[in-house]
Design a protein around this ligand. Structure first.
Ligand SMILES: [Ca+2]
Length: 198
């Protein structure tokens, strides 16, 4: 009986240690994206929306290639950590563009979201294209990477427009999840650098 109690306590502790943190973002403020790769126009829109009264509107503006809108950023990761992110995507063109996918890239500099350290892969399907559809992907951290940039990729020609709303990012406790309202200018690291200058 005593052993059973010890085992349940150990299980409880293990479960606590493996706790995850989770953040939701619904584009209800004025912030759009954390950055981008390739030309993409990001604005706040009010129709269509999935939740509340606003969504993110993405317009492909790249002459070639697939532009990426950086919608989330997780730092402080270690090998074996799992990060799951989802957002709702909107297009009404089944089996044709415009379309979007959730994708990731490694970024090992917590002060520079443009520090691309390789693709992390992402979702293979472009969705049904019949209105709102939940896009989701889980990444497992590998090869010593410490940060993951979560992207909305749009396909595939200039002018192609999609909408994104109600993003959820889940990461292990101890990691830091950054959403578009995260201010690089106010990050503790930046303040430390400013103070060190004077
Ligand atoms: Ca919303």
């Amino acid at each position: 009986m005593k052993n059973l109690l010890v085992i349940s306590l150990l299980l409880a502790v293990a479960q606590f240690a493996a706790a995850d943190i989770s953040v939701n973002y619904g584009w209800e403020g004025t912030e759009t994206i954390l950055g981008n790769y390739g030309d993409i126009i990001a604005t706040i829109d009010t129709d269509p929306v999935h939740g509340d009264s606003q969504s993110l509107k993405l317009v492909d503006d790249a002459e070639s290639g697939t532009p990426q809108a950086f919608v989330g950023w997780v730092v402080g990761l270690s090998d074996g950590d799992q990060v799951t992110a989802s957002f709702w995507r909107y297009d009404v063109t089944p089996t044709a563009s415009p379309s979007s996918r959730i994708w990731g890239s490694w970024c090992d500099d917590p002060d520079d979201i443009t520090a691309f350290a390789g693709t992390a892969g992402g979702q293979s399907d472009y969705g049904p294209g019949e209105g709102w559809d939940k896009a989701e992907y889980t990444w497992t951290v590998e090869a010593g990477h410490s940060g993951l940039v979560i992207q909305a990729r749009t396909y595939s020609s200039p002018g192609d427009t999609v909408w994104i709303d109600d993003m959820t990012i889940t990461a292990p406790d101890g990691a830091e999840i950054r959403t578009p309202d995260y201010s690089m200018a106010l990050s503790p690291d930046t303040w430390a650098a400013i103070k060190a200058t004077f």
